[in-house]
Design a protein. Structure first.
Length: 500
């Protein structure tokens, strides 16, 4: 999930989820507490929901049964209400309902059942309590008085005539300070539930966002540490479809390219070392020969014109060999920087390759190597190629065949074939051949087969890699087949021109 979407979801969840859970918790607590209130206060279900909004009504209902019992007793056996033992027993019952009894006789307080410490003394209660009333008021089961001020209480009064003819009054006093413990518990529970809901929601959202951001960040942190230490052999396996996933994928791509660049640099350094080693080795042979033959001339060994000419010609051939090696090195530097100069032209296949064979044939003839040319393509077939670079390809393939020809009479067959949209050039020799295990690598830079590891053949090891580069730049392909002690055939294809 996108980070933006994740934040929107988290924002909505933090707002909506607590509200929904809080409403659910309020309804649950409300239902539970009203059930407990119905049981504790003896209320009907329809009354329980109504009295919660009217605390006086609930306080009145709380002691309604006790009030009815005392009222009935005041009419049937009023003398019992004068007994302190009876008053004590009834008071203990009322204490469980946050209420207590007070008994007055002719306006004087005789019994006060309040068990706690009150801010009011008996005189204050005598002044606050209502006076003796007539029987009509007492007939109302819901009658009561409310005292406001420091001691907020609901008073129910029961008046009767004592045994000695005095006016007696029993008062049931219900304090509002300790009434409805269930409601207070419900409020506390609701507050606790809301706090827990908010904490739980915030915690879940925090963990969700933390895991969505810190997990990939930790992976990136480990990755940057590995790169800092030069270790590129690791991977960032985080593929989520979000911003952090994009960042991790980009980082992984950067790591791969950095690793490839590092490996290419190491391979290039290795190739350069190999090139220097090969060139140094290959240059040493002709230089040694030039030095030796030059010393022979200086020492007067060449005492005949024929011998002197042979020495000079050898020096000349070795110098040409050195020049060829230097040219290969120069061309290799252009390959390495992709700066090979091409001048593509339309070339008639029959004419161009015929001229190449004629030029090369003269040189091969002096070496005693036969060259046969076969053109199976149409005389009007045209290709688009750089004539100079294509000639370099032909020369390299022919020279490579000559180099590994062996001591027997050499023969090279040069063929041109039409293969659909391409022309195929084949250079076949009857030389030593190439081992099957070496054949896939002969076009790699600096690769030399075991048969060529000697000073007589020389070579920088980059000739065939140059050939492959030129052919690929022409949009073609090159490959080879070979058989030990039978010979090797080099193939390459070049696309034909669609217009003549």
């Amino acid at each position: 999930m996108k980070l933006k979407s994740r934040l929107i979801v988290a924002f909505c969840t933090i707002i909506i989820l607590p509200i929904a859970l809080t409403c659910t918790a309020l309804w649950g607590f409300y239902t539970l507490e009203t059930r407990l209130i119905r049981q504790n206060y003896g209320l009907e279900e329809k009354d329980a929901y109504g009295v919660l909004s009217n605390s006086l009504q609930l306080m009145n209902r709380y002691t309604q049964t006790d009030y009815q019992e005392l009222l009935s007793l005041s009419k049937s056996d009023p003398q019992r209400l004068e007994s302190e033992d009876y008053l004590v027993r009834e008071n203990e019952k009322l204490l469980d309902k946050s209420s207590f009894l007070i008994f007055c006789k002719d306006g004087e307080l005789i019994y006060n059942g309040y068990a706690g410490e009150s801010s009011w003394d008996d005189e204050q209660w005598e002044l606050a309590l209502p006076p003796y009333a007539d029987a009509e008021i007492q007939s109302d089961a819901t009658a009561g008085y409310f005292i406001d001020g420091e001691t907020q209480s609901l008073i129910k009064q029961i008046d009767f005539i004592c045994s000695d003819g005095a006016k007696g009054s029993v008062y049931i006093i219900t304090s509002s300070e300790s009434i409805l413990p269930e409601i207070r518990q419900m409020l506390i529970a609701v507050i606790v539930a809301v706090v827990l809901i908010l904490a739980l929601t915030a915690g879940i959202m925090t963990i969700w966002i933390y895991r969505g951001t810190m997990t990939p960040l930790k992976k990136l942190q480990v990755g940057t540490k590995n790169i800092k230490e030069g270790n590129l052999d690791f991977n960032i396996d985080y593929d989520e479809n979000d911003e952090m996933g994009d960042l991790c994928r980009n980082f992984e791509e950067m790591r791969k390219r950095l690793k490839e660049s590092t490996e290419e640099k190491m391979a290039s350094e290795k190739e350069n070392r190999a090139l220097i080693s090969n060139i140094a080795h290959d240059l040493k042979t002709p230089i040694t020969a030039i030095k030796g033959y030059s010393e022979g001339i200086l020492d007067g060994i060449t005492d005949t014109p024929e011998k002197q000419e042979r020495y000079v010609r050898t020096i000349y051939n070795k110098a040409n060999e050195m020049d060829r090696l230097i040219n290969e090195l120069t061309f290799y530097s252009k390959i390495d920087t992709n700066r090979i100069p091409y001048n593509f032209k339309k070339l008639n296949v029959a004419e161009y390759f015929g001229d190449c064979v004629d030029e090369i044939g003269l040189e091969l003839e002096t070496k005693g190597i036969g060259l046969t040319y076969f053109n199976y393509a149409d005389e009007k077939t045209v290709i688009i190629a750089d004539p100079e670079q294509m000639m370099r390809v032909i020369n390299n393939l022919i020279n490579n065949a000559v180099k590994y020809m062996g001591n027997h009479k050499g023969q090279i067959n040069f063929r041109i074939r039409d293969v659909g949209d391409f022309i195929q050039v084949e250079v076949e020799d009857n030389g030593k051949g190439i081992d099957a295990k070496d054949l896939p690598y002969i076009f790699d830079r600096f690769y030399r087969t075991d048969a060529s590891r000697n000073s007589s053949t020389g070579g920088s090891g980059i000739g065939l890699s140059i050939v492959r580069k030129i052919i690929e730049d022409h949009g073609g392909k090159i490959w080879a087949t070979s058989k030990i002690n039978t010979g090797t055939t080099m193939y390459f294809v070049v696309r034909k021109s669609m217009t003549v």
